[in-house]
Design a protein around this ligand. Sequence first.
Ligand code: NAD
Length: 353
Amino acid sequence: MSLRFEHETLGQRIRFASGGAAHAVGEEVTRLGASRVMVIAAPAETALAKQITGGLPVVLVHDEVAMHVPVPVAERARAAAAEYDVDAIVSVGGGSTTGLAKAIALTAGVPIVAVPTTYAGSEATNVWGLTEGARKTTGVDPRVLPRAVVYDAALTLSLPVDLSVASGLNALAHCVDSMWAPRTDPIDAALAAEGIRALASGLPQVVHDPEGLPGREAALYGSYLSAVAFASAGSGLHHKICHVLGGMYGLPHAPTHAVVLPYVLALNGPAAPAAADRIARAFGSDTAIEGLQALRRRLDAPRALRDYGLHEAQIPAAVEAILPVVPDTNPAAVTTNDLQRLLHDAWEGADPR
Ligand code: NAD
């Protein structure tokens, strides 16, 4: 078979700088020529943000951050950015914080320097998301891609172990889904395989030694790779399922991804043997599902959607909403019964089959 594909590489500067975020962010802001910086950080991350933004020309600190970027929250942040005439945004926090910075960049074109403190990966994608009521809209726009990303593992030491595990498995899901997502290509698969390797090595270290930097660094590195692969490959079956569950029932983002992943892998793996083999090798295991499940056991990973607010009676409506958005390119044919079984198993935390 000939090798024919098209791949777009997104342009941004990436810095890994454990313990050195203040210096690195300062240089990136200078590089942008910015003199009126808006800092965005949720109240829980304000102290972290202060540590690294003290030397910047900050004109505004904004701390109203909410999961999935509700439109009124975005509107208030946009109005504040306009009122203070900001010329750069420094966002310090998880995917919700990066998401708010993107909402401003989408309409105002202000460049972002992102400092992620979870493994969500939003900082490495050109995807924005906004929520109006229970409806989540996403889109792609080059303006929302942060111009620079500063990864400082020291800033993630405060992320509790359970959140680290859920967030890390969210990143792992970007990797696994990228193996068969609609626009996947050999570059995405290579990035995703290295992402799996890094996360499978880093996350157990985070659990074993939450205060240690090497595991946190490996997890950040893996989450960056996962997001680059995901941004290029697009949403596969796993992301479609989680998007519906999050949007319809408000399930928490990272734990939902962590629970659903093995069920999607069990469904798609046998229909995508080359991808499954690649995933297995990245885990260093005989099969993909064994690799994932062994890692999940070591991490004491989230197991059942019922623990995160899904009710059994909500499954049929979720199945109905997911079926029309299953990608045509999904390796396994997916029926109503498959989805019903998958969601029921994920709801009760049954063994994936
Ligand atoms: P989040 O940003 O809501 O953070 C989860 C929790 O962790 C929050 O309570 C936050 O205060 C806390 N936290 C963050 N960093 C911390 C730290 N270092 N120490 C202690 N606590 C910390 O959740 P998330 O999982 O990071 O991101 C999820 C959101 O990101 C969702 O809305 C999702 O849709 C979005 N997302 C978007 C993309 C994209 O490409 N646009 C990609 C991935 C995720």
